[in-house]
Design a protein around this ligand. Structure first.
Ligand SMILES: Cc1ncc(COP(=O)(O)O)c(CNc2co[nH]c2=O)c1O
Length: 400
């Protein structure tokens, strides 16, 4: 059976060019870059080139730092815990601002700090799943140590007003972190235009390898390492660097930026073609206006069909998608994003997310368009909660 991968916000295929770039560093040039002998020194030029690709990819200046780590979860933890040690434990601040729809790598780190006495504001989102920059302005106090707001949401694809938020923080002298995992390779990310202090990303979200990520640190922004040990990354992150991963991430960044026009045209067209077909099904609503979303993502609420049942049935048909619900069962927690946007109790368990990539083909989209309505109809026929015409799923209707 032909399998179709539509879950690129979870992880992506490694671009073949990336794999080729990495291969030598597993089998021929495998030295530890910290070693003084030739096995160590011979890998340094390739590492330097990869770092340059990362700097160019987000338009970072030479005075800024990019710390290579294992993933965005590590990067998010490093920023938030580092601010705790620097500005809260070691300073007169005690407040962090974030949103209700951040990835758990941000929200769970904040919840951990609340146990240590830190005050955290989780800004609510509107029916589209985003906040307004004024929400941040109004939440900042003289005790605020950090604002952390994602560039784009992994479940809805909704894009946050990070430029306005960055300037609002700058004007109040508050440090700003953005989790850019779902923006790199889908949107232009330029840290000269958006004055963030910290920015995190993960290679496996833009066709690089799993297990390597990056943390951008603006010149002058305080940094307390999460991992201590040997002298690596200038003392900002101990641990022998993943040379092959860094080389792969650099190449992936170069390709991601180079394919941005394709992402914003062809991937967008294929996503919209799929979304139009999904939105045409009765009692199905797509979350968020397209103009405010990343070009590859669709989150749909399918009244009367639990998200988990939907993705399992799609999986049986060879189609890999993900649920917008953390889990579908009534007895388990509804998806915080769906709950946050005001979806009613039933709808909070019915989300299905499709996320495309530059490797998604028109034939694959046409196949999903053919299969998806049949899956919905089959599951609704056996649904105990669905009656046709059950009314709109939530307040947001699909927009062009
Ligand atoms: C916005 C965002 N931040 C951080 C992470 C964590 O990245 P990691 O540390 O490399 O794992 C993810 C992964 N998001 C998803 C992982 O699976 N489905 C997703 O939507 C994410 O989407």
């Amino acid at each position: 059976m032909q399998r179709i991968y539509m879950d690129n916000n979870a992880t992506t295929i490694v671009d073949p060019e990336v794999f080729l770039a990495m291969e030598p560093f597993f089998v021929r040039m495998y030295g530890n870059p910290n070693s003084l002998h030739s096995f160590g020194s011979e890998v340094k030029p390739s590492m330097a080139m990869a770092m340059e690709q990362l700097y160019q990819g987000i338009n970072a200046s030479d005075d800024d730092d990019i710390v290579v780590n294992s993933c965005a979860t590590e990067g998010n933890n490093t920023v938030i815990m580092g601010i705790y040690f620097h500005s809260i434990l070691g300073g007169d601040k005690n407040h962090i601002i974030t949103t209700q729809v951040e990835h758990p790598a941000v929200t769970e780190t904040c919840r951990f700090l609340e146990k240590l006495g830190v005050e955290v504001t989780y800004l609510p989102v509107n029916e589209e799943g985003v906040i307004h920059s004024d929400d941040v302005k109004n939440a900042i106090t003289d005790r605020t140590a950090l604002v952390s707001v994602m560039w784009a949401n992994n479940e809805t694809g909704m894009i946050f007003p990070v430029k306005q938020i960055a300037y609002a923080c700058k004007n109040r002298g508050v440090l700003f972190h953005t989790d850019a995992v779902q923006a790199i390779g889908k949107l232009p990310v330029n840290v000269q235009e958006v004055p963030v202090d910290y920015l995190t990303f993960s290679a496996h979200k833009f066709h690089g390898p799993k297990g390597v990520g990056g943390l951008f640190i603006r010149e002058g922004a305080p940094m307390v390492p999460l991992l201590h040990g040997g002298e690596h990354m200038g003392g900002l992150r101990s641990g022998t660097i993943n040379v092959a991963g860094l080389v792969g991430m650099g190449k992936a960044m170069e390709l991601a930026v180079g394919n941005l026009d394709y992402e914003l045209s062809e991937v967008l067209r294929l996503r919209n073609k799929l979304e139009d077909a999904i939105a045409a099904i009765p009692d199905v609503l797509v979350v968020g206006k397209r103009i405010h979303r990343t070009p590859n993502t669709t989150l749909a609420s399918v009244r009367g069909v639990e998200g988990e049942a939907l993705i399992w049935d799609l999986n049986r048909q060879g189609i890999a998608a993900s649920t917008g619900s953390a889990c579908a069962s009534e007895s388990l927690e509804a998806n915080p994003v769906m709950a946050a946007i005001g979806a009613d109790k039933d709808l909070a368990h019915t989300g299905v997310r499709f996320s495309l990539s530059r490797f998604t083909t028109e034939e694959e989209i046409d196949h999903v368009i053919e299969i998806f309505p049949r899956v919905v109809e089959r599951l609704r026929d056996i649904s105990s909660t669905y009656a046709a015409g059950g009314g709109p799923a939530c307040s947001v209707s699909p927009e062009q």
